[in-house]
Design a protein around this ligand. Sequence first.
Ligand code: FPP
Ligand code: MG
Length: 347
Amino acid sequence: MREFPVAAEDAPTPWKTGLLDQLAVDRPELRMRLRAGLEQTEKLLLATTGDAADPRIAEAAGHLARAGGKRLRPLLVLLGAEFGEPWWAGVTEAAVVAELVHIASLHHDDVMDRAPTRHGVPSVHARFGTRTSVFSGDWLLARGARLAADLSPAAFRLHAATADRLVEGQLLELAGPAEGEDEVGHYFRVLSGKTAALLSMSLGIGALQAGVPEQYVAALTGFGEELGCAFQIADDLLDLRSSAGTSGKERGTDLLAGVTTLPVLLALAGEHPQDAELRELLAAGPVPEASATRALELFARSPALAESEAALHRRLDLARAALDALPEQPARRALLSLCDYVAVRSS
Ligand code: FPP
Ligand code: MG
């Protein structure tokens, strides 16, 4: 059965510099360098995803790249490079590698989650079919590997060691907790692979490509791991918070889909008497639409929400502490402000 070709083009969402604008960048020359770096990354990303043997492959593989996204990973690559020689060859390529791995994972993730949309346009599987989504994701991963092969050996090794962590995270999520394994421990194992590994890699390959000394690379990758965990917990909290409408995420989506977010796990695992009704609702599987408002009300006063919030802030504190090992410079302050951005995003 054929999945190509496809109907008329969706209106692409223009690339947004939004995330850079949210960061505290107190030196105009740093902001200019980051903006220029993101622009170069964007050009190379679109050229790479558009450069296929057949235009139909480019169409599917470039669909999400054209749709936009925050470009958080390229920004982390560029910020990692700031601790060395950011203008060195291969920094832009490293930023594109990070975004290609990310987009490839979204091709797969949206199939797993049966997500109809991504970045405000139909998801790749909704538009091109499931198998095309999976294989065009593989194509992007392969393109990323091609580009990564020309990075420094250390950056290439870090890239190679990260792709399997991502897939392992997804496989662990599918497998669920092992016999006798604590559910919250399992959640963090999944998170470490699915989200934290790629944020950590992004900072690491940027730094390695720019010749950053080893101990600073370790501080940056350590920061990325904690930021990645915090990022996901913030996402979990957003699902339950009333102001989430502004985040682009519909409130209660995870709850209705039965996603085991941290607040859900903590509510189920806890023994707080005031969570008894909530536990009963959650234990019955995905929350039915008719009970969603009640579940959100119960979460609003559940200790599980406060505990998740505390877990988020612990991770952000660890991320900030990892930055202590770095020299005091504008890029370090920009990374610190990224922690504040994640904290605000969750509320
Ligand atoms: C979003 O998760 C998805 C990820 C963070 C990565 C998923 C990883 C894979 C599917 C493994 C395959 C990887 C490669 C490199 C081909 P989410 O569903 O929690 O978040 P969402 O709300 O953005 O969909
Ligand atoms: Mg998903």
